[in-house]
Design a protein around this ligand. Structure first.
Ligand code: AVJ
Ligand code: FE
Length: 429
């Protein structure tokens, strides 16, 4: 076997194990809960990630037959693969049981290992490419598992919430002062310039001109965002996009998801270690695009800085590529903090680009010029979602370290709050 193949097998096994490890603290009931339509029950994530390998690799290459119930329940959104359990009804299905899904994971792993360790595949290059895609797909679902588990355990009244683990010790610190880093106007290449495996939506590499701009050296903190909350930011329609204001009114938003004000006026927040006082120095998270945008508008007004706004996708990528995207030191899922951490180390011009919280950009999620979806059934993976969503960059404390790159494009609808989403400010110069 080539070392590329043994490395791939090792990465496959490590990734499959990590999904199970994330679920280890759960009670049997927790695996079945769909706390809102966007949140899939954990059993479903564990099953669907196995289905992805079975459907895209085992079935076409080895003739493996997938049980009809599993096939129906675990197809997420692929029209090519026929009718399926509706997304919003994943919490309503009594079968497959969690035990069925766990047993099936073992079967799929064994079949995958047989295939990867054997040398009878007709097209090893495609096998390796598809396996890598399946690993990255599973990593996306690990991030979903983490953020969904947080919601499943925390959506109810406090007396019915269940912490995921013990509170982790932490020392109070002060975040570095916010500073602006300026960039010259210029023509640059964007997309996966670094090469290597990537999603179809990061290609092709193309050039784009960027006007002069500046980026904040770090993410917006809870303390800074709290000033916006207390200044009546959620009561001033002039700060909000029309759809954002409609969401504020219809859903009664008064602060980020998971924030709660006590009778004495102190803010507390739901974490994996339970409810605790807001740590002011940490980056604000669980904000929608609408909240990020309203915050930038409020900052522009209250500080009198014309042109203060959220970064464009290209601005973020240019800064990351040239000034400090270090995915070896970022705060990722591997670090097990399960929360964005304060910017304290002054070890580069731009901090927190990698990990901590996904950064909302002002761009709608659109294809790059010359975009071509993946071939075959995977053409449904990304392209068909390029509609009514915004792009986020950089990864979060729930993203596996080996999953991210500076060209990586995440995307969510503008009202999404249950992901670890945060705010980096930008301004036109
Ligand atoms: C890129 C996170 C929006 O959750 O639908 C998982 C990731 N794609 N399986 C999603 C994904 C296919 C995707 N996001
Ligand atoms: Fe998926």
């Amino acid at each position: 076997m080539t070392t590329a193949r043994t490395d791939l097998i090792e990465h496959f096994l490590r990734t499959r194990r990590a999904s199970l490890d994330l679920c280890a603290p759960l009670q049997p009931e927790d695996y079945r809960i769909q706390s809102m339509p966007d949140v899939s029950p954990p059993w479903w994530n564990l099953g669907h990630t196995s289905w992805f390998f079975a459907k895209n690799i085992l079935a076409p290459r080895t003739g493996y037959e997938i049980d009809r119930g599993l096939d129906y329940a675990l197809n997420s959104y692929y029209e090519t693969h026929g009718p399926r359990l509706a997304r919003a009804q994943r919490g309503l299905a009594p079968r497959p049981t969690t035990a069925d899904v766990l047993a099936w994971r073992t079967t799929v792993d064994a079949r995958m290992l047989e295939l990867l360790e054997g040398d009878d595949d007709q097209d090893p290059t495609t096998l390796e490419l598809l396996t890598t895609t399946g690993i990255h797909h599973e990593q996306q679902h690990q991030e979903l598992l983490v953020t969904e588990i947080k919601h499943i355990l925390g959506w109810n009244i406090e007396a019915l919430r269940a912490p995921y683990r013990d509170e982790q010790p932490s020392v109070a610190t002060t975040a570095l002062p916010l500073e602006w880093r300026a960039f010259e106007p210029g023509l640059h290449a964007f997309g996966n310039c670094e090469g290597g495996w990537c999603w179809d939506n990061e290609l092709p590499v193309h050039r784009g001109y960027v006007e002069a701009f500046a980026l904040a050296n770090r993410l917006v903190t809870n303390e800074e965002y709290l000033e916006f909350v207390e200044d009546g930011g959620y009561r001033d329609p002039l700060l909000w996009l029309a759809n954002g204001w409609a969401a504020v009114v219809a859903r009664g938003w008064q602060a980020p998801l998971y924030w709660e004000r006590t009778a004495s006026g102190d803010w507390r927040t739901w974490t994996f270690g339970g409810m605790r006082p807001l740590r002011l120095e940490n980056p604000v998270t669980h904000v929608s695009y609408y909240e990020a945008d309203a915050y930038a508008n409020w900052m522009a007004r209250s500080r009198g800085i014309a042109g203060l706004r959220l970064p464009a996708e290209r601005e973020w990528e240019l800064a990351a590529r040239t000034q400090g995207f270090d995915h070896r030191t970022g705060n990722f899922l591997d670090d097990d903090t399960l929360e964005p951490r304060a910017a304290i180390a002054n070890d580069g011009p731009l901090l927190q680009l990698a990990g901590d919280a996904w950064e909302w950009t002002s761009n709608h999620y659109e294809p790059y010029p010359g975009y071509r979806p993946f071939e075959g059934t995977l053409m449904e993976y990304n392209g068909k979602f390029m509609d009514n969503q915004r792009v986020l960059r950089g990864g979060s404390c729930a993203t596996p370290r080996s999953h991210i790159r500076c060209s990586y494009r995440n995307f969510w609808p503008a009202d999404t709050r249950f992901q670890f989403t945060g705010i980096r400010l930008a301004r036109s110069l």
